[in-house]
Write a protein that binds this ligand. Sequence first.
Ligand code: UGA
Length: 351
Amino acid sequence: MRVFVIGANGFIGHHLIGRILSETNWDVSGIDVHSHRLVHHLQDDRFHFLEGDMRAHEAWIEERIKESDVVLPLVSIATPALYIREPLKVFELNFEENLKIIRTCVRHRKYLVFPSTSEVYGLCPDDELREDAGRHVFGNVESQRWIYGVSKHLLERVIWAYGIHEGLKFTIVRPFNWIGPGLDGADAARSGAARVVTQFIWNLLNGEPLRLVNGGEQRRCFTYISDGIDCLMAILGCKDARCHGQIFNIGNPSADLSIRELAGMIVGICGESPLRPKQLPVPGLIDVPHEVYYGPSYQDIPERKPSISKARDILGWTPKVGIEEALKTTVDFYLAEFIGSQKPPHSLNQD
Ligand code: UGA
């Protein structure tokens, strides 16, 4: 089988490629603007990689799509701070560029596995979010945060329509707060634009207080990356048409934490890690209104728990990694990764 991953160096992309190369005999092509997370794979004969911007390599991308069996367009800006700071970039990259890929898959009759997001449920108040029954409830237009979820939501609808009207073979997946090594880089965390787990680890390492947006009572279900990749691999390896035309939530409903609880766990795990620099002060938690943290056009999602019965019944998949282990592995990875990128030690006590 030949797989093509657009956004190969990203969080999901590099983990997926590592798994494909270590566990299958499939061929993988990839493109990304960066390659630092792929260094271990670049010499592999089964991995064909182009470093560059997808917008400058449309002909190369079309050739790879033509010769592939399955295409995963993983390129996306996926950090909420950037939805507020750069909404048009989110639309142009996440929506417009991915639409081109979808259309090329239609043209060449290729199987598309599309990574959507838990954010397509928006403010849906259901206790458990179900793929084929959950409602999609977005905030007002002034709240720029929704540009990400709405872009993905419309792409899902476009894919669905291509499936019905033009025979596109597809599977849509909705990841729920996947976490793990390689989630966000130091640059994102330094500017306060990383996702919450990496942001908190960065704050700890810099002796900064962990900032709980609007008090931190909002909840998320955190899914360890290896569980997410297990599910993607089950979809890619599926020998029949069971997954075609399906949407799957991929999340861990039992790893359901408030952001305040998450902060407490990360502080505890970090404190016990042998990798934590000894001189670090233990920072406190502070409440910050969202207007201060993100800006006025942010709106939060109070809670978000997936139903995963479809992935369980159709693919036999359930998550295996508990939240304690997921956070411990992630904290250890980032303590090692971020050391050297943090602020100089003399500034550690200033916050
Ligand atoms: C994420 C992102 O939109 C996408 O990465 C993704 O598609 C989707 O949801 C997902 O992974 O399922 P969100 O869960 O809000 O959105 O992302 P985070 O930035 O990790 O924030 C989680 C919560 O922590 C939010 O309520 C946020 O306000 C809060 N937060 C974040 C803090 O309280 N303090 C911080 O320093 C950072």
